[in-house]
Design a protein around this ligand. Structure first.
Ligand code: CA
Length: 223
């Protein structure tokens, strides 16, 4: 999943990015409210972490603008002020969750996992598609009960697919959700990644719909 982190403190931003990257996500950083607003307005994120106290434009104003413009990705607010007024204001501006600084990185990860899962329409923490399972709390895949060893990009791609099982997803959509903003996106690499995944999970599990995209299917054998 691809996550936007809007945070002006460089150390905090780096720590959050590193933890999210280690958990298998693609992460874009924005150091101020203006850039954060622009990225959230133009890129299809699966979730955002938004600090409230930001240079150039405050977090609540950014959130308000996103929601007014119809941006629906889940937003977790970070704030240095742990007051109930601040929480209520954030939630009423369209945030989905709220975390006060200082916080444990594990808690941020757990809350974001729940938000991205719910954002894709799943309530349970384990996503299942045929013999393939993703335990979102641990970020691990298994196939027929055996752990699946994946590279970082294979993991991101398969995680996005299993959040949207049985749906035909275009190469453009897939690359938008697994690469960072500044990454050199080449749609051929999606093909390469899909083929590598097929070698690991069985060729028929990911169907090609010519000109439209790829579909992760539970009913792989019937292809
Ligand atoms: Ca700040």
């Amino acid at each position: 999943m691809r996550i936007l982190v809007v945070e002006d403190e460089p150390d905090m931003a780096r720590q959050v990015r590193d933890a999210l990257t280690a958990a298998g996500h693609a992460v874009d950083l924005a150091p101020d409210g203006e850039e954060g607003h622009f990225l959230g307005d133009t890129e299809p994120y699966d979730a955002a972490v938004l600090d409230l106290g930001l240079p150039k434009r405050g977090g609540l104003s950014v959130l308000d603008a996103w929601r007014r413009d119809g941006r629906r990705f889940p937003v977790l607010i970070l704030s240095a002020r742990d007051t109930w007024r601040e929480k209520v204001l954030g939630l009423r501006s369209g945030a989905d969750d709220y975390l006060a600084k200082p916080f444990e990185m594990e808690e941020l990860l757990a809350r974001l996992e729940a938000l991205t899962r719910r954002g894709a329409g799943h309530a349970a923490p384990v996503l299942v598609c045929g013999p393939l399972r993703l335990d979102t709390t641990r970020g691990h895949f298994d196939l027929d009960g055996a752990p699946l060893v994946l590279t970082a990009l294979e993991h991101r791609l398969l995680a996005y697919l299993i959040h949207h099982p049985e749906k035909v997803l275009s190469k453009t959509e897939l690359s938008e959700h697994i690469y960072e903003h500044d990454a050199d996106r080449d749609s051929n690499t999606i093909e390469v990644l899909v083929n590598r995944l097929r070698n690991k999970i069985g060729a028929s599990r990911i169907r090609t719909h010519r000109g439209r995209g790829y579909q992760l299917t539970a009913d792989g054998d019937a292809a």
